[in-house]
Design a protein around this ligand. Structure first.
Ligand SMILES: Cc1cc2nc3c(=O)[nH]c(=O)nc-3n(C[C@H](O)[C@H](O)[C@H](O)COP(=O)(O)O)c2cc1C
Length: 198
């Protein structure tokens, strides 16, 4: 059982100044403060074609999906901060999840990045609903991929006014919900530690 769990943090948007990116920043700081070893990535560094089974058959899993899959496998837990598009998961995030869900092997060894991997979820929106429709869809999709999604979550409404100038949440309840989410994710990641060292 590792004393220090490794947590991979990323947002479902690569937009500059993205609310989900700023929410991921808060999560990253909170996880580190609670003692996790945090890796932060941008999905922009893992560009992928739209999922296409013909392409998969002809060319196999794209290298960037394999890189992302290995990285996920090399961590004890995931923290995903998502925006909401039309009440659901933005295509960048869904497409990344879909490709990684197809990985079964890495050369001669078996590799399944998602099954048994703990994850914590955040959502954000400038509207009142804080992306909660998306977070519910994302939870269902990840559970389908056998990810162990923890129950606490952190959803940021009115996102354009939710952060102070240092990037912290202005609202105490939001700070508490992030703290609880990170605590549960760290505990679950310790308990289920499943990382595969590269
Ligand atoms: C295609 C599209 C659909 C959207 N649908 C929703 C929505 O259903 N609910 C919502 O709160 N915001 C919606 N928005 C607004 C996004 O929440 C907003 O652009 C947000 O800033 C995107 O997240 P980001 O800041 O993390 O990039 C939508 C934006 C786009 C581009």
């Amino acid at each position: 059982m590792p004393v220090i769990p490794k947590i991979l943090v990323f947002a479902g948007s690569v937009r500059s100044g993205a609310f989900s990116g700023r929410t991921a920043d808060v999560a990253q700081r909170e996880l580190a403060m609670q003692g996790a070893e945090v890796t932060r990535i941008s999905l922009g560094d893992y560009p992928l074609p739209i999922m296409d089974e013909d392409l998969e058959k002809e060319e196999g899993i794209p290298q960037n999906a394999m890189r992302l899959g290995r990285l996920i496998a090399g961590h004890d837990g995931l923290l995903i901060a998502t925006p909401e598009y039309n009440g659901s998961i933005p295509p960048l995030l869904k497409n990344s999840v879909d490709w990684v869900s197809r990985i079964r092997r890495d050369g001669s060894r078996s590799l399944r990045p998602f099954p048994g991997k703990p994850a914590g979820l955040c959502s954000s929106s400038d509207g009142k609903f804080a992306g909660i429709r998306c977070i519910n869809h994302l939870r269902a999709v990840l559970v389908r991929c056998q990810v162990e999604v923890v129950t606490p979550e952190c959803s940021v409404s009115g996102a354009s006014d939710a952060f102070d100038q240092d990037g912290h949440f202005r609202d105490d309840r939001l700070r508490q919900s992030m703290e609880r989410l990170c605590r549960t994710l760290i505990e679950t990641s310790r308990m289920l530690s499943s990382r595969i060292e590269a």
